[in-house]
Ligand binder design. Structure first.
Ligand SMILES: NC(=O)c1ccc[n+]([C@@H]2O[C@H](COP(=O)([O-])OP(=O)(O)OC[C@H]3O[C@@H](n4cnc5c(N)ncnc54)[C@H](OP(=O)(O)O)[C@@H]3O)[C@@H](O)[C@H]2O)c1
Length: 411
């Protein structure tokens, strides 16, 4: 006897003829509806083990397959932050506006993403004015950029199912419609074994890769080297301090508060930490690095970079990763006066872009993941709750008010 998984009250044979309740449903839909793989109607489809009751030769597997129904989007309302104006110097709340909109119906090949976490980082300030590496600022009225973690809330895409965890460019919003590849491109991800899913946003993601490849490809640390790291308690900087210590370097951090400096020395393994807001950086570098600086991992640029360049050792490596001290003034950067010391000390200075290592992220994930699981590396998060707090979190990091890896939990 033919078992049916059709909706109650629908006779499968009647349905196959396009009968009551299923008019207009084609053969292929019917096969799916009854948990079968559609055949092409050739003679072999009607052979032993097959049931040809539908005439088209469906291979009958007694497996229920959910009836596909388009998700009802009327239940979703999106809140998003759009760019309202450009900051003159510091980012302000008034540079953004929170808007609400209904979520559009999904088209074939699209999926609806529900944001869980959205990250913020210093170069977002550049996206608002100079445009940073893209060379064009984000247009007024456009949803603010922001990468994060999301779950699939509805899907018309064959490769994504409801509940899948994905990572990519979501924008500052609760819901994003993606096509998986170009519009809000995302990848399916899983929480790394034994680690929180949020690690994908930083130590097991792009920031981890930035620290790791900056160190192994450019800093080339040797045991005994003196490594100076700016924003030493920051997302990338904290990892660089720890990687340097594990390589046997003497690490000297630079950070913006006593609490952060204590963290850098007591938990990240630095020998000393300079509070650039309350101490004379050049003088403290002379005290803490008496034999000169072999490696400088630069996250801030500006006067701090200048002070370091004045004290590099022979053959030093200087890696320009970030320029956070200049992002509020990104149309008029500070130029270092001590750059000629690179010549005197036959040193190397590199402009580093992590995008060139995206094909090798698996390496940094494997190495940093192992160090975290072995308890040889640590991190600290600074999470604000609710989409309302995205601009606040950006303002906090640009003032150094965060303490830990900044992100916002959206849902
Ligand atoms: N080249 C690449 O491919 C690449 C890739 C990723 C990131 N980056 C860059 O690397 C740097 C670090 O990134 P991250 O994500 O780890 O950010 P982060 O260092 O965690 O950024 C936040 C921190 O920046 C510091 N800061 C804020 N305003 C400052 C100012 N005016 N002067 C000096 N420090 C200031 C604050 O720490 P304090 O309280 O200690 O000042 C704050 O907590 C950024 O400049 C980023 O753009 C570059």
């Amino acid at each position: 006897m033919l078992r049916s998984f059709a909706k109650p009250g629908v006779d499968p044979a009647e349905a196959a003829r396009g009968g009551a309740g299923l008019a207009g449903v084609d053969h292929r839909d019917l096969c799916a509806l009854f948990g079968q793989v559609p055949g092409d109607g050739r003679a072999e489809d009607a052979g032993a083990g097959h049931n040809d009751v539908f005439g088209g030769g469906c291979h009958l597997y007694m497996m229920p397959v959910p009836v596909h129904q388009r998700a009802d989007m009327s239940e979703f309302v999106n809140r998003k932050w759009v760019v309202a104006s450009r900051p003159e110097v510091e980012v302000e709340l008034s540079n953004f506006e929170l808007q609400e909109e209904p979520v559009a119906d999904l088209e074939p090949g699209q999926l609806l993403l529900k944001s869980r976490y959205v990250g913020v980082n210093p170069p977002m300030r550049m996206a608002l004015v100079s445009g940073g590496i893209a060379g064009r600022p984000i247009p007024i009225g456009r949803t603010m950029y922001g990468g994060g973690l999301a779950e699939v809330a509805a899907s018309e895409h064959p490769k994504f199912a409801v509940g899948d965890l994905v990572q990519g460019e979501l924008g500052w919003q609760e819901y994003a419609i993606s096509d998986g590849a170009r519009r809000h491109a995302v990848n399916k991800v899983e929480a790394p074994a034994g680690l929180s899913e949020t690690t994908l946003m930083h130590v097991m993601g792009g920031s981890g890769a930035t620290a790791y490849f900056g160190m192994i490809e450019y800093c080339k640390p040797r045991p005994g080297d003196t490594l100076v790291v700016s924003t030493a308690a920051g997302t990338v900087g904290a990892l660089v301090c720890q990687l340097g210590r594990l390589q046997g370097c003497r690490v000297v951090g630079i950070a913006g508060s006593e609490d952060k400096c204590n963290y850098v020395t007591s938990e990240l393994g630095a020998e000393a930490c300079i509070n650039y807001k309350s101490e004379d950086v050049a003088e403290r570098l002379r005290e803490t690095c008496p034999d000169g600086i072999n490696i400088y991992f630069d996250n801030v640029g500006g006067e701090t970079l200048d002070a370091v360049l004045g004290q590099i050792a022979f053959g030093a490596r200087v890696v320009l990763c970030g320029g956070t001290s200049q992002y509020n003034n990104d149309l008029d950067w500070y130029g270092p006066k001590n750059y000629f010391n690179l010549v005197y000390q036959q040193a190397e200075m590199y402009g580093y872009f992590i995008g060139n290592f995206s094909h090798r992220y698996h390496e940094s994930r494997a190495r940093i993941g192992a160090l975290l699981r072995e308890g040889r590396m640590t991190y600290r998060e600074d999470v604000l709750e609710g989409i309302e707090n995205l601009p606040t979190q950006l303002i906090r990091i640009l003032r150094g008010e965060n303490f830990g890896i900044p992100m916002v939990r959206v849902s």
